[in-house]
Design a protein around this ligand. Structure first.
Ligand code: ADP
Length: 407
C-alpha cells in the first residue's frame, strides 16, 4: 500500500444498525464514535460523539446502510459537529467486523470482490449476521470507494483449534459436505484480552496459557494454549456453550427432535432457543439483563432469579473447570465483557465455585474493579491469578486493519 495509514474507521453493521468508531492509529486514540439505529425503519436514530461534541438525532435519513454510512461520514467532516476530519480523504482505511469467516479466513482479509463473494458463500453458516455485514461493507464501499476495506472475522482467532476441539461426534460427511464443526465467536475480544494478558504477565505470547471469559449478553469462554485458541465454548453457531442473556447455551440436542415431534416449527424452536431462552426464560422478571437479575435475586428475594443466576454460573464453572483440565497449566483466568468487567456479584459467584481448585480472590478488589477498571482480582496465594481485562474489540479491529495494510 502506498498511502500510509493514519485514521481507521471501524464499522460494525447489524441488520438494522451500524456502530462505528474512528481511530488515529499513530496514538491509538478514538476520535469519534456513534451509531445509526433503526436503519430502513421509520424514525431512524443517529448518535454521534467527537471532540466534546455530542448529538442524538431522530428522525434521520437512513433508509439503508449506504445512507447510514453517508450520515456518519458527513458528520465526521462537519465543522459544526466538532469537525473531526476535514474531508473523506482523511479516512485512510475501513475495518469491518464480519461475523463468520468459516474455514476460509483465519486472518484479516482485504475486501476484494472475490473475498466479498466468499463471505456471501458463508451466509449458509451465519444467515442473520453475514448478510448484515455485507450490507455494511457494500454501503461503505459505495461511500468510500477509494479506501481499502478490510474484513475482521469473529471466527478467525479460533481457527487454530485442533481437530479434537472443533469436530463433533457426528458423521464425517456432515463436516466435509456442510462444514458442520465448531467455529467459535467473539474471536476479536478473546484475541485482544489474550495479548493484554501476555503483556500483564510479562510472558511471550507463544508461551501464554489463559482462560478468557467473555461474559456479556452473548458469552463465550476460551482455552488459550501458547497464545492460540485451543478450544472455545460457542460452536458452529453462537448458541452453544454457557447460558446467556437470551440463548440457552448447551442442552441435549435431542430436545429439538422432541419439540419437532410435538409440532413446534423450526422457526419457533430457533426463536425460542436464541431469543427467548437463557436468563430471560429463567429469571421470571421479563429481563435478560444481569443488573435486573441481581436486583431480583438480592433485593426482591426472587427464587427464580436465584435459580437463573445459579444455573448461569454453574455453566461458567463447567467450562472454566474443564479448560483448566484441558490446558494443564493455566497462567491466568481473564474476565471481560459487560458482565465480566462489571458484575462483581457474578464474578463472586463464579470464583466461589472455583475455590476447591485453590482459586482465591480479594473481595474488596472484586467490588473495586468495575466500569472499565481492570486489574488483578486474585490474592497472592491463589493457585491461578484472576484478572479483569476490559476488552476493546473496536481498537482490535482498527489494529488488525492497520497491520494488514502496513505489511
Ligand atoms: P453484548 O455485547 O453481548 O450485547 P455486553 O458485553 O455489553 O453484551 O454485556 C451486557 C451485559 O453486561 C448485560 O447483562 C448487563 O447487565 C451487564 N452489565 C453491564 N454493566 C453492568 C454493571 N454495572 N453491573 C452488572 N452487570 C452489568
Amino acid at each position: 500500500m502506498s498511502k500510509s495509514i493514519r485514521n481507521v474507521l471501524v464499522v460494525n453493521a447489524g441488520s438494522s444498525s451500524l456502530k462505528f468508531m474512528l481511530f488515529n492509529m499513530e496514538t491509538e486514540t478514538m476520535l469519534a464514535k456513534g451509531q445509526v439505529e433503526r436503519i430502513g425503519i421509520e424514525n431512524s436514530l443517529f448518535t454521534y460523539e467527537t471532540n466534546g461534541f455530542s448529538e442524538k438525532k431522530s428522525p434521520c435519513e437512513a433508509p439503508n446502510h449506504t445512507a447510514a454510512i453517508e450520515l456518519v461520514c458527513n458528520a465526521l467532516i462537519d465543522a459544526n459537529k466538532g469537525g473531526c476530519l476535514s474531508s473523506f480523504d482523511d479516512i485512510d482505511a475501513v475495518g469491518h467486523r464480519t461475523v463468520h469467516g468459516g474455514e476460509k479466513f483465519s486472518a484479516p482479509a482485504l475486501l476484494t470482490d472475490e473475498v466479498i463473494a466468499q463471505i456471501r458463500d458463508l451466509i449458509i453458516l451465519a444467515p442473520l449476521h453475514n448478510p448484515a455485514s455485507l450490507q455494511g461493507i457494500e454501503g461503505c464501499k459505495k461511500v468510500l470507494p477509494n479506501v481499502p476495506h478490510v474484513g475482521i472475522f469473529d471466527t478467525a482467532f479460533h481457527q487454530t483449534m485442533p481437530e479434537e476441539s472443533y469436530r463433533y461426534g457426528l458423521p464425517t460427511a456432515l463436516y466435509e459436505k456442510h462444514g458442520v464443526r465448531k467455529y467459535g465467536f467473539h474471536g476479536t475480544s478473546h484475541k485482544f484480552v489474550t495479548q493484554k494478558a501476555a503483556e500483564i504477565l510479562g510472558k511471550p505470547l507463544d508461551e501464554t496459557n489463559v482462560i478468557t471469559c467473555h461474559l456479556g449478553n452473548g458469552s463465550s469462554i476460551s482455552a488459550i494454549k501458547n497464545g492460540k485458541c485451543f478450544d472455545t465454548s460457542m460452536g458452529m453457531t453462537p448458541l452453544a456453550g454457557v447460558m446467556m442473556g437470551t440463548r440457552s447455551g448447551d442442552f441435549d440436542p435431542a430436545i429439538i427432535l422432541f419439540l419437532l415431534k410435538q409440532g413446534y416449527t423450526p422457526e419457533q424452536i430457533d426463536a425460542m432457543v436464541n431469543k427467548e431462552a437463557g436468563v430471560l426464560a429463567m429469571a421470571g422478571n421479563g429481563s435478560s439483563d444481569m443488573r435486573d437479575l441481581v436486583a431480583a435475586r438480592d433485593e426482591q428475594g426472587s427464587k427464580e432469579a436465584k435459580l437463573a443466576m445459579d444455573r448461569l454460573v454453574h455453566s461458567y464453572t463447567m467450562y472454566v473447570g474443564g479448560y483448566i483440565a484441558l490446558l494443564g497449566r493455566v497462567d491466568a483466568i481473564i474476565m471481560t465483557g459487560g458482565i465480566g468487567e462489571n458484575s462483581d456479584k457474578t464474578r463472586e459467584a463464579l470464583l466461589d465455585r472455583l475455590a476447591g481448585l485453590g482459586i482465591k480472590y480479594d473481595h474488596d478488589k472484586n467490588v473495586e474493579l468495575r466500569f472499565g477498571k481492570g486489574g488483578l482480582l486474585s490474592t497472592e496465594d491463589s493457585t491461578i491469578p484472576v484478572y479483569v481485562v476490559p476488552t476493546n474489540e473496536e481498537l482490535m479491529i482498527a489494529r488488525e486493519t492497520f497491520e494488514l495494510l502496513s505489511k
